[in-house]
Each structure stands twice: as structure tokens, then as C-alpha cells.
Design a protein around this ligand. Sequence first.
Ligand code: SF4
Length: 351
Amino acid sequence: MNAQLTLFPTTPATKKKRPRRTHPSVPELPATTIPAALLRAADWILLNSSGGKDSQAMASHICALAAKLGLLHRVVIVHADLGTIEWEGTRALAQEQARRLGVRFEVVRAEGGDLLARTLARFVKLKAKAEQTARDEGRDPATAKAAPAFPSASARWCTSDLKRGPIRKLITRLVAELGDLGRPARILNCLGQRAAESAPRARLATVEIDRPASNSRRHITTWRPIHGWTDAMVWKEIARSGLPYHEAYDWGMSRLSCSFCVLGCEADVVLAARLRPRKAAEYAAVEKTVGTDFKHGLSMRQIIERARALDTEHGKPARPPHGTAMARVVGKKATRRYLALTERGRLDLAA
Ligand code: SF4
């Protein structure tokens, strides 16, 4: 991980950021919010897939619409590979979902290390900054306290560094593939975010222009096609599609992506620590180095203690039958039909 420590300069930046200017051709508002019109207008329909249930429900839903409109050739599923911090098999699952849907699949990966490597690199930078500030103010730099290095709700650099940034690079490549259109390329960037997930997500628009990512060469419209969907609607769509879903849901996880999400609920991160004790120990080691908790108000050390206590009381979690998560929502009969539609190998979550 030492190689990652050069990711950020150690000297605090003094230059003021210039306000970002958006190209005048970029519209303020989307021309339409009608699904078929959005799809028809797009040169590329980009489906962001974490491999999780919301992304896959969105993907099968949009692919069904695109197929009806004869637009499947414009669809690309992109997965931002997070390395070993995401559940094992996630990338392969996203790829398999794309294969079954008959659309192009792309994987992107951030340069410069995974979430833990970046947390360590940020710590070095933040510590240097705190020490410099202390010196400037005539205080002892040894007593300077660095800002938290782990990402959080208010400093969610993990999403921008590990997902959004690499996906924007893919968009640049896709736009180049189109050649000269005599106008800016139109990218429909589809996200599986839902209002039901959280209050901040509920405030997001269903359709909006991504002005910061748009320029004279590309206009990007962000579309959240399942923004108003409930959990039940998501599981019904998965049952209808027959696409395989990740086994982590059967074990009891409510969300996928990083096994240990800084914004995840306690039940999820404790369960993840029971299923991936070695990865939990890696987080705990980083936590010790950077001197702040992995999660606001809940350290990885505490999470591991709770996971161990549960293992002592109940034994190691037993592998649940495939379809467990779905059956809870759509019932056993519909789940049996779904399982007949999709057959896949088991994934080793303990890796
Ligand atoms: S899953 Fe959580 S920790 Fe991982 S990138 Fe997303 S917000 Fe950050």
C-alpha cells in the first residue's frame, strides 16, 4: 500500500479553485422525462451496475424497454470494479447479467489503489495538512489532529474516486467511438438509486442534466429509472427477469457493493464481519493507523467484537438456500419459478 502514499501531494494546496464554467450548449433542464423519448434520444444508454439488486432490476427493466424500441445495440452495462473490498463474484455476476441481457459489458477500475489504500494515502495528506496548520499557528505539530481519513456521508470521496471518475473516463471513450456527429453526443446515464433507500436519495431528481460532466462534446442526462420503486417492485422485476442475483442477499445483507460500507447499517456490517473476518481485520488495521473509526460512531474493532459475540452465541452463519431473500418478498412459488429460470454456481463469500 506504500506505493499509494504518493497519490496526494503532501504540501497543502494554496491555489484557489476556479469556478467551473459549463459550456453554453449544455441545457439547464432535460428536454423530456418520458422513458421512451429519453431512450430514443440517446446515442449511448449507459447502465451503471454495482451488481446489486437495484442495478440489476434497473438493467433488466431498461433492456426490456430498449429491446421493444429496437435500441438494445446502444445499451452498455458498466461495472466499477472495487477489487477485494466488494463481495466476491460481484464483477463476474454483473458480467453474467449483461451477457444474459445481450448487451455490451464494460469494467472500469480506479487507478491508484482501493478504498483502504486511498484511506491510508488520505491520512498522510490530512496529517501533513494539520501539522502545517499547527506550525502556522505557532502550535506544536505533534498535537495536531488530522481530519478523518475514511469516507463518510459528508466526505463521500469513495463514490467519486472509485466509481464516478472511472465511469466518466469510459464515457469519454464511448463518445470517441461515435466519431464526429456534428453535435454533442447524447449520453443517457442510468443509475439504480431509489427514493426508498434514504432521505438524501429521495431528494434526487428522476431525470436531470449532469452539467458538471457535460461539455461541448457530450451532453449527459442522468436518469434514475427506478427512483420511485419499492423493495417489492425490485424483487418482482428480478423474479420476472430470471437474472441471477448475488448470494449476499440470501445471507441477509440488505445492500451489496462494498462488503463494509461506511454508510451501511450496523446489522449489515456486523454480518459482513462474520462472513469476511479477514477483510474486517484489514479494515481494523487501517483504522488503527489512521486513528479514526471506520464508520461514524462505530469502529471496526467494535463491529468485529459484535460479530464474534454472535458467532459464539449462534455458531458460524450457515449457508442459506438460494432464493431465501427473494422468497421473503415474492413468496415461495414465484421463487421456485425464478430458480427454474436461472441456474448458477455458488460463490465463496468467505474469500
Ligand atoms: S458502497 Fe459505501 S463505502 Fe463503498 S463506495 Fe459506496 S458509499 Fe463508499
